[in-house]
Ligand binder design. Structure first.
Ligand code: ATP
Ligand code: MG
Ligand code: MG
Ligand code: MG
Length: 564
């Protein structure tokens, strides 16, 4: 191993804070700021300080190695993109307020890329002409931009963030399945190497189009996603997918019911009237948020749950949708159980939507709301706007046992896109028989910066961050707990450790008590802490294991041997 550089705390740009930042909601947000890893620049936009940058780079390195190992090729596409390809795919309008849009000096429209299916499709269209050029897998680790409605929790949900996005291009469905399988396996290896506890859950591909889709979720209380998993078999799904899957066992659900809802429901009153906790996930609820009709829980990027709304929106901005809101929206369709069974009506064609009427959707009458609506029984999946509530104890679609509900952070997402983008851009290659063949695609994302926060959430304790070795900003944190002899011993230890290839952080700061330095070391969360203190004259140091908290006094040579 090559000699490493010793990072001195006296020179390190990382000012630790004793107090939590006022706006911090989650553990990772508080600790990453307090330990000097990141600083907020503007809402959802973050500066990575040296310690944070090291962790981010460590995550990127693992991701890169595993992507290279499955034969994916790294590229770097622009983040500044012209409007036209996103108009071709329809996402220029579909993305709505989520897109950062800008104009150049000539007035041409641009966007900052939120994800790059369109652009990768064009790259392959330019580069690949024959089936012999395929399959191909391309990836990048790049800054992405999404004007999230509620950036929160530090780097967990940024408006500017780092994503690894990759895309596969195949001529056959079997080829796509193989590329998808390769990615799925690479993702498992990546999250295992990072030390991230994760679950793979079935997802609904929604706005991305296409068929198969799975999410990689990191269980954590701070997570914004709810997922179900079965205690008796390996079934796991996000709440959206489980409502689809539960359709066949709909008969076991309680009967559909209508309840009165007040004129202007807040999240709390709405939840109370629906008889669900404010943290429940309601699927496909239509409300007005900040004056715009919002389909809460529509598959895809507009997915929000009631708890999130309750937490992040002032109740006053969530209002009932009125008849006027449906003007010019032929796309809004509702499904409900009427006298003839299931009825599906475009909102505009519903005679009951008269001017002046207020609506909460999912209801069969004005000012009511349906509860116990079951997907597949009471309405069909996909575009119909209605309410489905998944609750703990609902039957597992695969074995019938009572499901558990948990919170998690979405750290990765893999899709079999199929030919949606190839159709939009006319991406064909010359096939074996000399005829053009339409290409089929997959897309695969990992939230690289989000993974840093997810790791912090899962591993931190009351004393601070506590990194798994693979991502830690250093291997050993050497603390000089005293001047003169302890400092000399600490310097010696740091040099020896660095010489044998370990990454070392050396607390050589003058004028700080040993207590302050040790508190900082625990906050920063490097796996091993080596303290040169009272017994330095005898050449004895203390070795602390950050995660378990075990401490041991031992001669320095032994401590070094333990670590190298
Ligand atoms: P979310 O449901 O959390 O909004 P998403 O489903 O919109 O995420 P994808 O389009 O699937 O995200 O993007 C791939 C990955 O990028 C996600 O699995 C997640 O890890 C990461 N990611 C998405 N949005 C953000 C964000 N605002 N900040 C940080 N990471 C993000
Ligand atoms: Mg999103
Ligand atoms: Mg998502
Ligand atoms: Mg996703």
């Amino acid at each position: 191993m090559s000699t490493q550089h010793v990072q001195r705390m006296s020179r390190l740009m990382a000012k630790t804070l004793r107090e939590d930042p006022a706006d911090a909601e989650t553990l990772s947000h508080r600790l990453l700021v307090r330990a000097g890893y990141v600083r907020r620049s503007s809402a959802g936009v973050w500066t990575w300080l040296p310690l944070g940058k090291r962790v981010l780079d460590n995550v990127s390195r693992v991701v890169r190695e595993e992507m290279d190992a499955i034969g994916a090729q790294e590229v770097l596409l622009p983040a500044l993109l012209p409007k036209e390809p996103y108009e071709v795919s329809g996402r220029w309008s579909e993305y709505g307020d989520l897109l950062f849009r800008l104009k150049d000096r000539k007035g041409a429209d641009y966007l900052l890329g939120p994800t790059h299916e369109e652009i990768f499709t064009l790259v392959v269209k330019d580069q690949c002409t024959s089936y012999k050029d395929l399959p191909v897998m391309l990836y990048q680790i790049q800054t992405k931009y999404r004007d999230e409605a509620r950036p929160r929790s530090g780097v967990l949900r940024g408006r500017e963030f780092q994503m690894k996005d990759s895309y596969s291009f195949d001529v056959s469905d079997e080829g796509l399945e193989e590329s998808y399988r390769l990615h799925r396996e690479a993702y498992v290896r990546i999250f295992e190497r990072l030390g991230l506890d994760h679950r793979i859950v079935s997802a609904v591909s929604g706005a991305m189009g296409g068929s198969a889709s799975e999410e990689f979720l990191a269980p954590a209380a701070a997570g914004e996603d709810t997922f179900v998993d079965c205690p008796s078999c390996d079934y796991a799904a996000n709440t959206e997918a489980v409502t689809f899957a539960l359709a066949p066992v709909a008969a076991e659900h309680p009967a559909l019911e209508e309840v009165d809802t007040p004129d202007t429901p807040t999240i709390e009153t709405l939840a109370a009237h629906l008889g669900v906790p404010a943290s429940a996930t309601l699927k496909n609820l239509l409300v007005k948020v900040d004056g715009r009709i919002t389909a809460v829980g529509v598959p895809g990027d507009r997915e929000v749950d009631l708890g999130k709304l309750g937490e992040h929106l002032a109740p006053a901005v969530v209002e009932l949708v009125t008849a006027e809101d449906f003007e010019g929206r032929p796309d809004l369709v509702r499904g409900y159980v009427g006298p003839q069974g299931l009825e599906k009506v475009p909102y505009l064609a519903d005679p009951r939507i008269a001017p002046g009427t207020s609506w909460v959707t999912g209801a069969n009458r004005a000012d009511t709301h349906a509860r116990n609506v079951v997907c597949g029984r009471d309405f069909e999946v996909d575009r119909y706007l209605d309410v489905v509530v998944v609750e703990p104890g609902d039957p597992c679609p695969s074995c019938g046992a009572g499901l558990h509900l948990d919170r998690a952070i979405e750290i990765g997402h893999i899709f079999q896109l199929g030919r949606k983008y190839a159709d939009a851009f006319g991406l064909d290659v010359l096939g074996r028989e000399g005829k053009p063949v339409r290409v089929t695609m997959g897309s695969y994302g990992i939230g690289v910066s989000r993974a840093v926060a997810a790791l912090a959430e899962q591993t931190a304790d009351e004393r601070g961050l506590c990194w798994p070795a693979a991502v830690a900003p250093a291997d050993v944190h050497v603390v000089a707990a005293g001047k003169a002899v302890p400092l000399a011993l600490a310097e010696e230890a740091a040099a020896a450790l660095a010489g044998s290839g370990l990454r070392v952080l050396l607390d050589d700061r003058a004028g700080l008590s040993p207590g302050v330095k040790l508190t900082d070391a625990e906050l920063i969360g490097v796996p091993w802490i080596l303290v040169a203190g009272r017994r330095s004259a005898d050449g004895v140091v203390e070795l602390q294991h950050r995660a378990s908290g075990t401490r041991e006094e031992l001669p320095m040579a032994e401590a070094l041997a333990r670590l190298t």
